[in-house]
Design a protein. Structure first.
Length: 134
């Protein structure tokens, strides 16, 4: 099955920057109103969404579609964040729940599965570096 064709349930696989943008927007719309994660972005980091969302699109586009569009170091950013506000396992669990749920809500297929696998792996690596070194 081609990655752009729809499955029986009407969902298609992730195949373009537009798909990545939809995924990132959907996920962060959930994050913004989440009791656990929302305050991290709005009160602790005071995130500039206009800058953050395109950067996250670059990150996920590279992680899923291998574009080379992301330049950055997520480990350094999250390590710095954990110094401003201790990150807990609960934060990572909620992030995973919202991200994986967003993928499942919107997409189905090989790249959608890859997105979820990458998200879990990234979360595991961040947790091992941040939570195990407190």
């Amino acid at each position: 099955m081609a990655t752009t064709s729809k499955t029986k349930n009407g969902k298609k696989d992730i195949s373009s920057r537009k798909d990545i943008e939809l995924l990132v927007a959907t996920f962060y719309d959930k994050v913004k109103v989440d009791e656990t994660l929302g305050p991290v972005f709005t009160e602790v980091v005071r995130i500039n969404w206009e800058k953050h969302l395109p950067l996250m699109c670059d990150f996920w586009e590279n992680a899923i579609l291998f574009t080379g569009s992301y330049q950055g170091n997520p480990m350094d950013l999250h390590t710095h964040l954990s110094k401003a506000m201790p990150l807990l396992q609960l934060h990572f669990q909620k992030w995973n729940q919202l991200f994986l749920g967003s993928v499942d809500e919107l997409f189905k297929g090989e790249k959608a599965l890859l997105a979820k696998q990458r998200a879990i792996k990234i979360s595991e690596v961040l947790q091992s570096k941040i939570l195990d070194h407190k």
